[in-house]
Design a protein around this ligand. Structure first.
Ligand code: NAP
Length: 514
Protein backbone atom coordinates (compact mmCIF):
# COMPACT_ATOMS: atom_id res chain seq x y z
CA UNK A 1 0.00 0.00 0.00
CA UNK A 2 1.22 3.50 -0.82
CA UNK A 3 2.50 5.64 2.04
CA UNK A 4 1.80 9.34 1.64
CA UNK A 5 4.62 11.59 2.72
CA UNK A 6 4.56 15.26 3.64
CA UNK A 7 6.61 17.87 1.82
CA UNK A 8 8.21 19.96 4.55
CA UNK A 9 11.41 22.01 4.55
CA UNK A 10 11.88 21.17 0.83
CA UNK A 11 11.95 17.37 1.32
CA UNK A 12 9.54 14.46 1.46
CA UNK A 13 9.22 13.21 5.02
CA UNK A 14 7.30 10.35 6.59
CA UNK A 15 5.65 10.30 10.01
CA UNK A 16 6.61 7.60 12.45
CA UNK A 17 3.41 6.76 14.35
CA UNK A 18 0.57 4.33 13.77
CA UNK A 19 -0.75 5.26 10.32
CA UNK A 20 -4.30 6.24 9.32
CA UNK A 21 -5.62 4.32 6.32
CA UNK A 22 -7.24 6.02 3.34
CA UNK A 23 -9.83 3.97 1.50
CA UNK A 24 -11.91 3.89 -1.66
CA UNK A 25 -15.32 4.93 -0.27
CA UNK A 26 -17.13 2.86 -2.91
CA UNK A 27 -15.43 -0.43 -2.01
CA UNK A 28 -13.77 0.28 1.38
CA UNK A 29 -10.57 -1.09 -0.17
CA UNK A 30 -7.47 0.42 1.53
CA UNK A 31 -5.53 2.67 -0.85
CA UNK A 32 -2.85 4.42 1.16
CA UNK A 33 -1.63 5.12 4.65
CA UNK A 34 -0.37 8.25 6.31
CA UNK A 35 1.04 9.49 9.59
CA UNK A 36 2.28 12.90 10.64
CA UNK A 37 3.61 11.78 14.04
CA UNK A 38 7.09 13.00 14.87
CA UNK A 39 7.33 15.50 12.00
CA UNK A 40 8.97 18.77 13.00
CA UNK A 41 6.18 21.19 12.12
CA UNK A 42 7.79 24.18 13.83
CA UNK A 43 10.95 23.82 11.71
CA UNK A 44 8.88 23.38 8.56
CA UNK A 45 6.87 26.54 9.25
CA UNK A 46 10.07 28.40 9.91
CA UNK A 47 11.55 27.21 6.63
CA UNK A 48 8.52 28.56 4.77
CA UNK A 49 8.80 31.92 6.56
CA UNK A 50 12.57 32.25 6.00
CA UNK A 51 12.88 30.90 2.45
CA UNK A 52 9.49 31.12 0.77
CA UNK A 53 8.48 34.55 2.06
CA UNK A 54 11.50 36.55 0.87
CA UNK A 55 11.53 34.79 -2.54
CA UNK A 56 7.89 35.61 -3.18
CA UNK A 57 8.13 39.17 -1.89
CA UNK A 58 11.04 39.82 -4.26
CA UNK A 59 8.73 39.12 -7.20
CA UNK A 60 6.22 41.48 -8.79
CA UNK A 61 2.53 40.59 -9.00
CA UNK A 62 3.00 39.72 -12.68
CA UNK A 63 5.86 37.35 -11.80
CA UNK A 64 3.88 35.72 -8.99
CA UNK A 65 0.96 35.45 -11.42
CA UNK A 66 3.26 33.66 -13.80
CA UNK A 67 4.03 31.08 -11.08
CA UNK A 68 0.28 30.46 -10.79
CA UNK A 69 -0.01 30.10 -14.56
CA UNK A 70 2.76 27.47 -14.53
CA UNK A 71 1.08 25.73 -11.58
CA UNK A 72 -2.20 25.55 -13.52
CA UNK A 73 -0.36 24.20 -16.58
CA UNK A 74 1.37 21.48 -14.54
CA UNK A 75 -1.95 20.34 -13.06
CA UNK A 76 -3.61 20.44 -16.47
CA UNK A 77 -0.89 18.16 -17.87
CA UNK A 78 -1.78 15.53 -15.23
CA UNK A 79 -5.54 16.12 -15.28
CA UNK A 80 -6.61 12.57 -16.20
CA UNK A 81 -4.45 11.01 -13.51
CA UNK A 82 -5.85 13.40 -10.89
CA UNK A 83 -9.42 12.72 -12.02
CA UNK A 84 -8.84 8.98 -11.56
CA UNK A 85 -7.51 9.57 -8.04
CA UNK A 86 -10.52 11.75 -7.14
CA UNK A 87 -12.82 8.95 -8.30
CA UNK A 88 -10.92 6.32 -6.29
CA UNK A 89 -10.21 8.18 -3.05
CA UNK A 90 -13.04 10.74 -3.02
CA UNK A 91 -16.00 8.66 -4.21
CA UNK A 92 -16.44 11.26 -6.98
CA UNK A 93 -18.16 10.49 -10.24
CA UNK A 94 -16.04 11.67 -13.17
CA UNK A 95 -18.19 14.77 -13.42
CA UNK A 96 -17.75 15.46 -9.66
CA UNK A 97 -14.00 14.97 -10.05
CA UNK A 98 -13.88 17.50 -12.91
CA UNK A 99 -15.70 19.98 -10.70
CA UNK A 100 -12.79 19.72 -8.24
CA UNK A 101 -9.78 19.45 -10.58
CA UNK A 102 -11.00 21.83 -13.30
CA UNK A 103 -12.16 24.24 -10.61
CA UNK A 104 -8.61 24.24 -9.23
CA UNK A 105 -7.11 24.93 -12.66
CA UNK A 106 -9.62 27.70 -13.46
CA UNK A 107 -9.07 29.43 -10.13
CA UNK A 108 -5.29 29.39 -10.56
CA UNK A 109 -5.64 30.75 -14.10
CA UNK A 110 -7.95 33.51 -12.91
CA UNK A 111 -5.47 34.60 -10.23
CA UNK A 112 -2.63 34.36 -12.76
CA UNK A 113 -4.52 36.90 -14.89
CA UNK A 114 -5.12 39.14 -11.88
CA UNK A 115 -1.35 39.02 -11.23
CA UNK A 116 -0.64 39.98 -14.80
CA UNK A 117 -3.07 42.90 -14.61
CA UNK A 118 -1.37 44.21 -11.43
CA UNK A 119 1.92 44.41 -13.33
CA UNK A 120 5.34 45.21 -11.91
CA UNK A 121 4.18 46.39 -8.46
CA UNK A 122 5.10 44.35 -5.37
CA UNK A 123 2.45 45.78 -3.06
CA UNK A 124 -1.02 47.22 -3.56
CA UNK A 125 -1.91 50.89 -3.45
CA UNK A 126 -5.27 51.08 -1.66
CA UNK A 127 -7.51 53.86 -2.93
CA UNK A 128 -6.71 57.51 -3.56
CA UNK A 129 -4.32 59.50 -1.41
CA UNK A 130 -5.95 62.10 0.88
CA UNK A 131 -5.01 65.63 1.93
CA UNK A 132 -4.82 65.60 5.73
CA UNK A 133 -4.40 69.23 6.73
CA UNK A 134 -4.70 72.74 5.35
CA UNK A 135 -1.50 72.28 3.44
CA UNK A 136 -1.70 69.92 0.46
CA UNK A 137 1.76 68.76 1.49
CA UNK A 138 0.31 66.85 4.47
CA UNK A 139 -0.85 63.67 2.82
CA UNK A 140 -2.03 60.13 3.56
CA UNK A 141 -2.08 56.97 1.47
CA UNK A 142 -3.04 53.40 2.35
CA UNK A 143 -1.08 50.51 0.94
CA UNK A 144 -1.27 46.70 1.36
CA UNK A 145 1.98 44.81 1.83
CA UNK A 146 2.53 41.04 2.12
CA UNK A 147 2.76 39.76 5.69
CA UNK A 148 6.10 38.30 6.74
CA UNK A 149 4.79 35.03 8.15
CA UNK A 150 3.41 31.83 6.68
CA UNK A 151 -0.13 31.18 5.47
CA UNK A 152 -1.37 27.92 6.98
CA UNK A 153 -4.33 26.62 5.00
CA UNK A 154 -6.41 23.75 6.39
CA UNK A 155 -8.97 22.20 4.06
CA UNK A 156 -12.10 20.05 4.27
CA UNK A 157 -12.33 16.61 2.65
CA UNK A 158 -14.75 17.48 -0.14
CA UNK A 159 -12.54 19.51 -2.52
CA UNK A 160 -8.94 18.33 -2.13
CA UNK A 161 -7.69 20.01 -5.34
CA UNK A 162 -9.85 23.14 -5.50
CA UNK A 163 -9.50 23.75 -1.75
CA UNK A 164 -5.72 23.72 -1.99
CA UNK A 165 -5.63 25.79 -5.18
CA UNK A 166 -8.16 28.49 -4.30
CA UNK A 167 -6.48 29.28 -1.00
CA UNK A 168 -2.92 29.00 -2.32
CA UNK A 169 -3.65 31.21 -5.36
CA UNK A 170 -4.63 34.24 -3.25
CA UNK A 171 -1.77 33.80 -0.76
CA UNK A 172 0.98 33.22 -3.33
CA UNK A 173 -0.17 36.15 -5.44
CA UNK A 174 -0.22 38.34 -2.33
CA UNK A 175 3.38 37.26 -1.62
CA UNK A 176 2.96 34.84 1.30
CA UNK A 177 4.33 31.27 1.44
CA UNK A 178 1.72 28.54 1.87
CA UNK A 179 1.62 25.61 4.25
CA UNK A 180 -1.29 23.46 3.11
CA UNK A 181 -3.00 20.70 5.08
CA UNK A 182 -5.66 18.66 3.24
CA UNK A 183 -8.23 16.61 5.14
CA UNK A 184 -6.79 13.16 5.73
CA UNK A 185 -9.57 10.95 4.34
CA UNK A 186 -9.28 12.32 0.78
CA UNK A 187 -5.65 13.50 0.79
CA UNK A 188 -4.45 11.46 -2.20
CA UNK A 189 -5.38 14.10 -4.78
CA UNK A 190 -3.66 16.95 -2.91
CA UNK A 191 -0.63 14.73 -2.31
CA UNK A 192 -0.27 13.85 -5.99
CA UNK A 193 -0.80 17.46 -6.97
CA UNK A 194 2.11 18.41 -4.70
CA UNK A 195 4.28 15.65 -6.21
CA UNK A 196 3.60 17.09 -9.66
CA UNK A 197 4.56 20.62 -8.62
CA UNK A 198 7.72 19.41 -6.89
CA UNK A 199 8.76 17.25 -9.88
CA UNK A 200 8.27 20.22 -12.21
CA UNK A 201 9.98 22.64 -9.77
CA UNK A 202 7.24 25.17 -10.48
CA UNK A 203 7.54 27.23 -7.30
CA UNK A 204 10.50 28.78 -5.45
CA UNK A 205 11.92 27.01 -2.40
CA UNK A 206 9.66 27.27 0.66
CA UNK A 207 6.71 28.76 -1.28
CA UNK A 208 4.50 25.69 -0.84
CA UNK A 209 4.64 22.98 1.85
CA UNK A 210 2.21 20.12 2.35
CA UNK A 211 1.33 18.34 5.58
CA UNK A 212 -0.61 15.10 5.17
CA UNK A 213 -2.13 13.28 8.14
CA UNK A 214 -3.33 14.64 11.46
CA UNK A 215 -2.81 18.39 12.04
CA UNK A 216 -1.36 17.79 15.52
CA UNK A 217 -0.53 21.15 17.12
CA UNK A 218 -0.20 23.07 13.84
CA UNK A 219 -2.46 26.07 14.70
CA UNK A 220 -0.74 26.41 18.10
CA UNK A 221 2.58 27.12 16.35
CA UNK A 222 1.46 30.31 14.65
CA UNK A 223 2.49 33.84 15.53
CA UNK A 224 1.60 37.45 14.83
CA UNK A 225 2.75 37.64 11.19
CA UNK A 226 1.15 34.30 10.25
CA UNK A 227 -2.38 33.73 9.03
CA UNK A 228 -4.63 30.70 9.21
CA UNK A 229 -7.28 29.97 6.59
CA UNK A 230 -9.51 27.12 7.71
CA UNK A 231 -12.31 25.29 5.91
CA UNK A 232 -14.26 22.63 7.77
CA UNK A 233 -16.82 22.18 10.47
CA UNK A 234 -17.92 25.06 12.68
CA UNK A 235 -16.85 23.09 15.76
CA UNK A 236 -13.24 22.75 14.63
CA UNK A 237 -13.19 26.40 13.55
CA UNK A 238 -14.39 27.51 16.97
CA UNK A 239 -11.75 25.40 18.71
CA UNK A 240 -8.97 26.86 16.56
CA UNK A 241 -10.10 30.44 17.11
CA UNK A 242 -10.02 29.96 20.88
CA UNK A 243 -6.41 28.69 21.05
CA UNK A 244 -4.34 30.84 23.44
CA UNK A 245 -1.66 31.76 20.89
CA UNK A 246 -4.29 32.69 18.29
CA UNK A 247 -5.92 35.06 20.79
CA UNK A 248 -2.69 36.35 22.36
CA UNK A 249 -0.81 36.97 19.10
CA UNK A 250 -3.88 38.20 17.21
CA UNK A 251 -3.23 35.60 14.52
CA UNK A 252 -5.49 36.44 11.60
CA UNK A 253 -7.95 33.56 11.11
CA UNK A 254 -10.44 33.01 8.29
CA UNK A 255 -13.09 30.36 8.88
CA UNK A 256 -15.23 28.84 6.13
CA UNK A 257 -17.72 26.59 7.92
CA UNK A 258 -21.24 25.15 7.74
CA UNK A 259 -24.15 26.68 5.87
CA UNK A 260 -27.85 26.01 5.43
CA UNK A 261 -28.13 27.47 1.95
CA UNK A 262 -31.68 28.22 0.84
CA UNK A 263 -33.29 28.29 -2.60
CA UNK A 264 -36.47 30.37 -2.84
CA UNK A 265 -39.04 29.95 -5.60
CA UNK A 266 -40.96 33.16 -6.23
CA UNK A 267 -44.78 33.23 -6.33
CA UNK A 268 -44.65 34.10 -10.05
CA UNK A 269 -42.75 30.92 -10.99
CA UNK A 270 -45.62 28.52 -11.70
CA UNK A 271 -45.11 24.80 -12.35
CA UNK A 272 -44.25 24.04 -15.96
CA UNK A 273 -42.76 27.50 -16.55
CA UNK A 274 -39.09 28.08 -17.43
CA UNK A 275 -38.25 29.63 -14.05
CA UNK A 276 -39.81 26.71 -12.17
CA UNK A 277 -37.88 24.22 -14.31
CA UNK A 278 -34.60 26.10 -13.71
CA UNK A 279 -35.25 25.97 -9.97
CA UNK A 280 -36.01 22.25 -10.10
CA UNK A 281 -32.87 21.53 -12.10
CA UNK A 282 -30.65 23.51 -9.70
CA UNK A 283 -32.10 21.83 -6.60
CA UNK A 284 -31.70 18.34 -8.09
CA UNK A 285 -28.12 19.05 -9.17
CA UNK A 286 -27.15 20.50 -5.80
CA UNK A 287 -28.63 17.60 -3.86
CA UNK A 288 -26.74 14.96 -5.83
CA UNK A 289 -23.52 16.56 -7.14
CA UNK A 290 -20.64 15.25 -5.00
CA UNK A 291 -23.34 13.32 -3.12
CA UNK A 292 -24.45 16.62 -1.59
CA UNK A 293 -21.06 17.13 0.10
CA UNK A 294 -20.73 20.73 -1.01
CA UNK A 295 -20.65 23.59 1.46
CA UNK A 296 -22.73 25.61 -1.02
CA UNK A 297 -25.36 22.90 -1.70
CA UNK A 298 -29.02 23.85 -1.35
CA UNK A 299 -30.29 22.52 1.99
CA UNK A 300 -33.58 24.41 2.39
CA UNK A 301 -36.01 24.51 -0.52
CA UNK A 302 -38.62 27.27 -0.04
CA UNK A 303 -41.69 27.01 -2.25
CA UNK A 304 -44.99 28.95 -2.10
CA UNK A 305 -47.64 26.83 -0.42
CA UNK A 306 -49.68 26.73 -3.64
CA UNK A 307 -46.87 24.91 -5.49
CA UNK A 308 -45.43 22.80 -2.67
CA UNK A 309 -47.22 19.55 -3.51
CA UNK A 310 -46.26 19.76 -7.20
CA UNK A 311 -42.67 20.55 -6.28
CA UNK A 312 -42.55 17.57 -3.91
CA UNK A 313 -43.72 15.26 -6.71
CA UNK A 314 -41.32 16.74 -9.27
CA UNK A 315 -38.34 16.52 -6.92
CA UNK A 316 -39.23 12.95 -5.98
CA UNK A 317 -39.45 11.99 -9.63
CA UNK A 318 -36.09 13.60 -10.38
CA UNK A 319 -34.42 11.92 -7.39
CA UNK A 320 -35.86 8.54 -8.33
CA UNK A 321 -33.99 8.73 -11.62
CA UNK A 322 -30.61 9.28 -9.92
CA UNK A 323 -28.53 6.15 -10.22
CA UNK A 324 -26.45 5.68 -7.07
CA UNK A 325 -23.45 3.40 -7.33
CA UNK A 326 -19.77 2.94 -7.98
CA UNK A 327 -18.55 6.32 -9.27
CA UNK A 328 -16.09 4.59 -11.60
CA UNK A 329 -19.03 3.37 -13.71
CA UNK A 330 -20.22 5.68 -16.47
CA UNK A 331 -23.93 5.23 -15.75
CA UNK A 332 -23.57 6.31 -12.11
CA UNK A 333 -24.99 9.74 -11.32
CA UNK A 334 -24.15 9.81 -7.61
CA UNK A 335 -21.29 8.14 -5.75
CA UNK A 336 -20.88 7.28 -2.07
CA UNK A 337 -20.19 9.61 0.83
CA UNK A 338 -16.53 10.21 1.49
CA UNK A 339 -16.10 8.11 4.63
CA UNK A 340 -17.80 5.87 7.17
CA UNK A 341 -17.92 8.68 9.72
CA UNK A 342 -19.52 10.96 7.15
CA UNK A 343 -22.20 8.32 6.52
CA UNK A 344 -22.89 7.94 10.25
CA UNK A 345 -23.11 11.72 10.60
CA UNK A 346 -25.61 12.01 7.71
CA UNK A 347 -27.80 9.23 9.16
CA UNK A 348 -27.84 10.96 12.51
CA UNK A 349 -28.70 14.26 10.82
CA UNK A 350 -31.62 12.74 8.90
CA UNK A 351 -32.95 11.23 12.15
CA UNK A 352 -32.78 14.69 13.80
CA UNK A 353 -34.65 16.32 10.91
CA UNK A 354 -37.14 13.42 10.96
CA UNK A 355 -38.11 14.20 14.55
CA UNK A 356 -39.70 17.47 13.35
CA UNK A 357 -40.41 16.87 9.67
CA UNK A 358 -41.31 13.88 7.56
CA UNK A 359 -39.61 11.96 4.78
CA UNK A 360 -40.86 12.99 1.33
CA UNK A 361 -38.37 10.86 -0.62
CA UNK A 362 -35.79 8.22 0.29
CA UNK A 363 -34.47 7.37 3.71
CA UNK A 364 -31.05 7.10 5.23
CA UNK A 365 -31.11 3.29 5.49
CA UNK A 366 -27.91 1.44 4.60
CA UNK A 367 -27.67 0.18 1.02
CA UNK A 368 -26.61 -3.43 0.53
CA UNK A 369 -22.93 -4.26 0.04
CA UNK A 370 -19.69 -2.44 0.73
CA UNK A 371 -19.14 1.30 0.50
CA UNK A 372 -20.53 4.40 2.17
CA UNK A 373 -23.64 4.74 0.00
CA UNK A 374 -26.89 6.47 0.78
CA UNK A 375 -29.82 7.38 -1.48
CA UNK A 376 -30.91 11.02 -1.79
CA UNK A 377 -33.29 12.15 0.94
CA UNK A 378 -35.95 14.85 0.71
CA UNK A 379 -37.56 15.94 3.98
CA UNK A 380 -40.71 18.00 4.19
CA UNK A 381 -41.81 20.45 6.86
CA UNK A 382 -45.32 21.82 7.41
CA UNK A 383 -45.97 25.44 6.48
CA UNK A 384 -44.98 27.82 9.25
CA UNK A 385 -43.79 24.89 11.38
CA UNK A 386 -41.35 26.32 13.85
CA UNK A 387 -38.97 23.43 13.30
CA UNK A 388 -35.60 24.23 14.81
CA UNK A 389 -33.53 21.43 13.29
CA UNK A 390 -34.00 22.42 9.65
CA UNK A 391 -32.51 25.85 10.36
CA UNK A 392 -29.77 24.58 12.66
CA UNK A 393 -28.43 21.25 11.44
CA UNK A 394 -26.38 21.01 8.24
CA UNK A 395 -26.66 17.43 7.00
CA UNK A 396 -23.57 17.15 4.79
CA UNK A 397 -24.90 14.69 2.22
CA UNK A 398 -27.60 14.33 -0.49
CA UNK A 399 -30.26 15.70 1.83
CA UNK A 400 -32.55 18.74 1.47
CA UNK A 401 -35.74 19.95 3.16
CA UNK A 402 -38.84 21.28 1.45
CA UNK A 403 -40.46 24.20 3.29
CA UNK A 404 -43.72 25.76 2.16
CA UNK A 405 -44.14 29.49 2.73
CA UNK A 406 -46.95 32.01 2.11
CA UNK A 407 -45.50 33.39 -1.15
CA UNK A 408 -44.79 36.77 0.47
CA UNK A 409 -41.22 38.11 0.18
CA UNK A 410 -41.10 39.19 3.83
CA UNK A 411 -42.03 35.67 4.99
CA UNK A 412 -39.43 34.05 2.72
CA UNK A 413 -36.74 36.42 3.98
CA UNK A 414 -37.61 35.75 7.63
CA UNK A 415 -37.43 31.97 7.11
CA UNK A 416 -34.09 32.14 5.25
CA UNK A 417 -32.58 34.39 7.93
CA UNK A 418 -33.29 31.70 10.54
CA UNK A 419 -30.26 29.84 9.13
CA UNK A 420 -28.17 32.40 11.05
CA UNK A 421 -25.69 33.18 8.29
CA UNK A 422 -24.88 31.31 5.12
CA UNK A 423 -22.54 31.07 2.14
CA UNK A 424 -25.13 31.45 -0.60
CA UNK A 425 -28.87 31.53 -1.09
CA UNK A 426 -30.69 31.63 -4.38
CA UNK A 427 -33.85 33.32 -5.62
CA UNK A 428 -35.92 32.34 -8.66
CA UNK A 429 -38.39 35.02 -9.67
CA UNK A 430 -38.95 37.84 -12.14
CA UNK A 431 -41.14 39.82 -9.78
CA UNK A 432 -39.02 42.92 -9.08
CA UNK A 433 -40.83 43.86 -5.85
CA UNK A 434 -40.50 40.31 -4.49
CA UNK A 435 -36.78 40.18 -5.39
CA UNK A 436 -36.10 43.53 -3.78
CA UNK A 437 -37.86 42.53 -0.58
CA UNK A 438 -36.09 39.19 -0.26
CA UNK A 439 -32.64 40.46 -1.30
CA UNK A 440 -32.74 43.34 1.18
CA UNK A 441 -33.99 40.95 3.88
CA UNK A 442 -31.39 38.22 3.41
CA UNK A 443 -28.31 40.09 2.10
CA UNK A 444 -26.88 40.81 5.60
CA UNK A 445 -26.97 37.07 6.32
CA UNK A 446 -25.02 35.95 3.25
CA UNK A 447 -21.75 36.10 1.35
CA UNK A 448 -23.46 35.61 -2.01
CA UNK A 449 -26.97 35.72 -3.47
CA UNK A 450 -27.62 33.85 -6.71
CA UNK A 451 -30.45 35.12 -8.88
CA UNK A 452 -31.46 32.13 -11.00
CA UNK A 453 -32.84 32.75 -14.46
CA UNK A 454 -33.66 30.40 -17.35
CA UNK A 455 -32.00 32.72 -19.85
CA UNK A 456 -28.52 32.40 -18.27
CA UNK A 457 -26.88 29.96 -20.66
CA UNK A 458 -24.89 27.12 -19.06
CA UNK A 459 -25.68 28.49 -15.61
CA UNK A 460 -23.64 26.59 -13.01
CA UNK A 461 -26.34 27.20 -10.38
CA UNK A 462 -25.70 28.55 -6.88
CA UNK A 463 -23.41 25.70 -5.81
CA UNK A 464 -20.39 26.70 -7.90
CA UNK A 465 -17.90 29.05 -6.30
CA UNK A 466 -16.37 31.41 -8.86
CA UNK A 467 -13.00 33.04 -8.15
CA UNK A 468 -14.21 36.48 -9.27
CA UNK A 469 -16.81 36.61 -6.47
CA UNK A 470 -16.35 36.40 -2.72
CA UNK A 471 -16.89 33.07 -0.99
CA UNK A 472 -17.75 32.95 2.71
CA UNK A 473 -20.54 34.15 4.92
CA UNK A 474 -21.39 35.55 8.34
CA UNK A 475 -22.51 33.71 11.47
CA UNK A 476 -22.87 29.96 11.08
CA UNK A 477 -20.81 30.08 7.85
CA UNK A 478 -17.76 31.09 9.89
CA UNK A 479 -17.63 34.83 9.25
CA UNK A 480 -14.93 34.37 6.62
CA UNK A 481 -14.33 35.69 3.14
CA UNK A 482 -12.13 34.23 0.41
CA UNK A 483 -11.61 34.88 -3.32
CA UNK A 484 -13.52 37.79 -4.88
CA UNK A 485 -10.74 38.57 -7.37
CA UNK A 486 -8.17 40.98 -5.99
CA UNK A 487 -10.16 41.23 -2.71
CA UNK A 488 -8.90 37.74 -1.83
CA UNK A 489 -5.36 39.09 -1.43
CA UNK A 490 -6.26 41.38 1.48
CA UNK A 491 -6.30 38.56 4.04
CA UNK A 492 -2.62 37.83 3.32
CA UNK A 493 -1.53 41.47 3.40
CA UNK A 494 -1.18 44.17 6.03
CA UNK A 495 -2.96 47.44 5.28
CA UNK A 496 -0.80 50.29 6.44
CA UNK A 497 -1.44 54.03 6.29
CA UNK A 498 1.49 56.17 5.19
CA UNK A 499 1.25 59.70 6.59
CA UNK A 500 3.62 62.54 5.74
CA UNK A 501 4.86 64.68 2.90
CA UNK A 502 2.90 64.22 -0.29
CA UNK A 503 5.82 64.14 -2.78
CA UNK A 504 7.76 61.74 -0.54
CA UNK A 505 4.82 59.35 -0.21
CA UNK A 506 3.90 59.55 -3.86
CA UNK A 507 7.46 58.73 -4.86
CA UNK A 508 7.55 55.85 -2.37
CA UNK A 509 4.37 54.23 -3.67
CA UNK A 510 4.98 55.03 -7.31
CA UNK A 511 1.92 57.27 -7.76
CA UNK A 512 2.30 60.13 -10.28
CA UNK A 513 1.82 63.51 -8.63
CA UNK A 514 -0.92 65.61 -10.20
P1 NAP B 1 -13.43 19.01 9.99
O1 NAP B 1 -13.54 17.72 10.69
O2 NAP B 1 -13.59 20.25 10.78
O3 NAP B 1 -12.00 18.97 9.28
C1 NAP B 1 -11.57 20.00 8.43
C2 NAP B 1 -10.06 20.05 8.42
O4 NAP B 1 -9.58 20.43 9.71
C3 NAP B 1 -9.37 18.73 8.11
O5 NAP B 1 -8.22 18.99 7.35
C4 NAP B 1 -8.99 18.21 9.50
O6 NAP B 1 -7.89 17.33 9.46
C5 NAP B 1 -8.63 19.50 10.17
N1 NAP B 1 -8.73 19.48 11.63
C6 NAP B 1 -9.51 18.71 12.41
N2 NAP B 1 -9.31 19.03 13.72
C7 NAP B 1 -8.40 20.02 13.74
C8 NAP B 1 -7.77 20.78 14.77
N3 NAP B 1 -8.06 20.59 16.05
N4 NAP B 1 -6.85 21.71 14.42
C9 NAP B 1 -6.56 21.93 13.13
N5 NAP B 1 -7.11 21.25 12.11
C10 NAP B 1 -8.03 20.33 12.41
O7 NAP B 1 -14.46 19.14 8.80
P2 NAP B 1 -14.75 18.07 7.63
O8 NAP B 1 -15.59 17.00 8.20
O9 NAP B 1 -13.50 17.70 6.91
O10 NAP B 1 -15.58 18.96 6.61
C11 NAP B 1 -16.99 19.02 6.59
C12 NAP B 1 -17.46 20.37 7.01
O11 NAP B 1 -16.76 21.38 6.31
C13 NAP B 1 -18.91 20.61 6.70
O12 NAP B 1 -19.54 21.10 7.83
C14 NAP B 1 -18.90 21.67 5.60
O13 NAP B 1 -19.98 22.55 5.63
C15 NAP B 1 -17.65 22.38 5.85
N6 NAP B 1 -17.15 22.95 4.61
C16 NAP B 1 -17.21 24.29 4.45
C17 NAP B 1 -16.75 24.86 3.28
C18 NAP B 1 -16.80 26.35 3.08
O14 NAP B 1 -16.18 26.82 2.14
N7 NAP B 1 -17.49 27.10 3.90
C19 NAP B 1 -16.21 24.07 2.29
C20 NAP B 1 -16.17 22.69 2.49
C21 NAP B 1 -16.64 22.15 3.67
P3 NAP B 1 -8.09 15.73 9.45
O15 NAP B 1 -8.85 15.40 8.22
O16 NAP B 1 -6.72 15.21 9.45
O17 NAP B 1 -8.88 15.42 10.70
Amino acid sequence: MKTLRSYLGERWVEGAGAPQTLVDPATEEPLAQVSSDGLDLAAALDHARRKGGPSLRALSFAERGNLLKETAKAIQAHRDELLDLAVANGGNTRSDAKFDIDGAIFTLQTYAEIGSSLGTAKFLVDGEGVQLGRSPRFHGQHINVPRHGVAVQINAFNFPAWGLAEKAASALLAGMPVFSKPATSSAMVAHRLMEILVEKKVLPEGALSLLVGAPRDLPALLGAQDVLAFTGSGDTGTRIRALPNIVRESVRVNVEADSLNAAVLGPDAAPGGDMYETFLKDVLRDMTQKAGQKCTAIRRVLVPQAHAATMREDLAEGLKAVRVGNPALEETRMGPLASGSQLADVREGVAKLGAEGKLAFGNAAPLAGKGFFISPVLMEFAKDALAASVHAREVFGPVASLLAYSGKGSDAAAIVARGNGGLVSSLYSEDAAFLEEVVSGIAPYHGRIFLGHPKIEMSPGPGTVLPQLVHGGPGRAGGGEELGGVRGLAFYMQRVALEGSRPVIQKLVGVQSS
